[in-house]
Design a protein around this ligand. Structure first.
Ligand code: NDP
Length: 497
């Protein structure tokens, strides 16, 4: 078992509290690691270290250095994947096959944003007159990254790669459930050449460390992924400090199956959308909207597919579904399964503890499929964040759009069809920041990721995200050879340009 400190100013240090909290494997409840429990004083130390490194090292001003270091980090990450995959799977309970697929893509983020930093050109606005006018994008300063437990390293990387590439100094607060790999990533970044103090990690509880960090007056930007209520608190604190904020929050994604869709493909896509990561993704396909002409067939095939998913030990390569993250989530998911039934929906499959004895110690729930669901039910509206999905029937495009847009969330949706015209017509009418056509969960560092409505504010990925980690300085140069004196004692008209 490992004991892990905070990572401040390039060193592993104990926390001010002297306490450690345990990180458990949700498949077995075994202790994965003991992690230093930070507090407000640790946050202050980390922010001071970051500010000093920002001002005193070359990081903020040397793009070539950042380009080289981030590419080196990508290479080191590739070599470290086997250990990181194993650790991440142990902390999250997510099957090793999923973690391997997810983490093997991380280096791309560091390479992409290193290239953006290296190649992005600043503007020369058409100012007019005898002036040269140009803009400089410069880093913000010290930024705070707060991450959840479902994709610990992927979500960290989506924020960290652009933040570092743009030249900022960073303090990270990982989820209390999954802080271990974040610490190791910080060590790898140091090995790659990120200067001491530019990347700091303070582990601990959201209500203590998260709150102190996101309301710290020296933080120039807060970037959080978490629940919508957490996002509101954090955005309010950032607003008071007049710092920037980006918040990737909850979702309630719809999967839209059009009448012409290939049934097999739509069923497989829906299972992928709903049950990967045991449904613990912000873009989980938790509302599957199927045309009435194929509704019964779809349900039969969807249940047959769910039956085949292998629930088991996340360490085994053939496991499809692991446990959910914690006792708190486990109880919450079971309570929603109860609520759905009380609301009158039919639990057509799953939603129970698995039969295998060897899974009795973990937080396992079999994939749950609700039918006879109406859009006003709580299970259709509230984020459950577990392996639970609702299949709903629609009869017209108008009804489909009204159900799909009929939630307070607006993160993502997918459309399954072979009709190119309907696909784009529909995509243009959906209130979601991400729309996939004949796919789900697909992500890339170049592709903007952010929610509409209560799913958040700001973006991850893409050049825009890099820009959002910078501020703009405008330089106005007067190149006129004529001396200008407003107060020259004459009353003649003068141009104000
Ligand atoms: P939480 O909102 O509980 O926590 C997110 C992070 O915020 C954690 O590090 C948490 O710390 C911290 N935190 C909690 N309270 C505060 C506070 N008052 N001030 C500052 N920080 C705080 O979310 P979960 O970790 O449970 O993650 C699941 C949520 O994340 C879901 O709603 C999901 O939809 C969303 N999500 C959104 C994504 C997107 O791209 N839009 C992607 C993935 C997830 P601690 O854990 O220690 O309490």
């Amino acid at each position: 078992m490992k004991r892990i400190g905070l990572f401040i100013n390039g060193q592993s240090v104990p926390s001010e509290t002297g306490k450690y909290f345990q990180v458990l494997n949700p498949a077995t409840k075994e202790v994965v690691a003991e992690v230093a429990e930070g507090n407000e004083d640790d946050v202050n130390k980390a922010v001071s270290a970051a500010a000093a490194a920002f001002n005193q090292t070359e990081w903020a001003v040397n793009k070539d250095l950042r380009y080289r270091v981030l590419n080196r980090l990508a290479a080191i990450l590739r070599e470290s994947l086997p250990e990181l995959v194993e650790l991440e799977s142990m902390m999250t309970g997510r099957p090793i096959r999923e973690m391997k697929a997810q983490l093997s893509r991380l280096p791309e983020w560091y390479e992409y944003f290193a290239s953006v930093a290296k190649t992005l050109e600043d503007a020369v606005p058409p100012f007019g007159g005898e002036f040269v006018n140009y803009t400089n994008r410069i880093p913000l300063g010290v930024v705070a990254l707060v991450t959840p437990w479902n994709h610990p390293l992927l979500i960290l990387t989506k924020k960290l790669a652009p933040a570092l590439a743009a030249g900022n100094a960073v303090v990270v607060k990982p989820s209390e459930n999954t802080p271990v790999t974040t610490y190791f990533l910080a060590e790898l970044a140091q090995e790659a050449g990120v200067p001491a103090g530019i990347l700091n990690v303070v582990q601990g509880y959201g209500a203590v460390v998260g709150k102190a960090l996101t309301s710290h007056p020296s933080i120039e930007k807060v970037d959080i992924t978490g629940g919508t209520e957490t996002g509101r608190h954090v955005a309010a604190a950032a607003g008071y400090n007049l710092s920037k904020v980006s918040a990737e929050l909850g979702g309630k994604a719809s999967v839209l199956v059009l009448p012409d869709a290939n049934l097999e493909e739509a069923v497989n896509g829906s299972a992928f959308a709903a049950f990967i990561a045991a449904g613990q993704t912000c873009v989980q396909g938790s509302r599957i909207l199927v045309h009435e002409s194929m509704y019964e067939d779809f349900i039969d095939k969807f249940i047959a597919k769910a039956k085949k998913l292998l629930m088991g030990d996340p360490k085994k390569f053939d496991t499809d579904i692991g446990p959910v993250i914690s006792e708190k989530q486990y109880k919450q998911i079971l309570s929603y399964i109860q609520i759905g039934q009380e609301e009158g929906a039919v639990l057509a499959f799953g939603g129970t503890a698995p039969e295998q004895d060897e899974l009795a110690n973990g937080y396992f729930i079999t994939p749950a499929i609700f039918t006879q669901v109406t859009n006003s039910m709580r299970i259709a509206q509230e984020e459950i964040f577990g392996p639970v999905t609702c299949v709903m029937k629609y009869s017209s495009m108008e009804e489909l759009i009204s159900i799909a847009n009929g939630t307070e969330m607006g993160l993502a949706m997918s459309i399954w069809t072979n009709n190119v015209r309907d696909a784009h017509w529909l995509a243009n009418r959906l209130e979601a920041g991400i729309v996939w056509i004949n796919d789900h969960h697909r992500i890339d560092p170049s592709s903007p990721w952010g929610g509409f409505k209560n799913s958040g504010i700001g973006l991850e990925n893409s050049i825009q995200c890099y820009k959002d980690y910078t501020k703009t300085r405008n330089v106005i140069v007067n190149i006129s050879r004529q001396h200008f004196d407003w107060f020259d004692g004459t009353t003649q008209e003068k141009r104000y340009s």
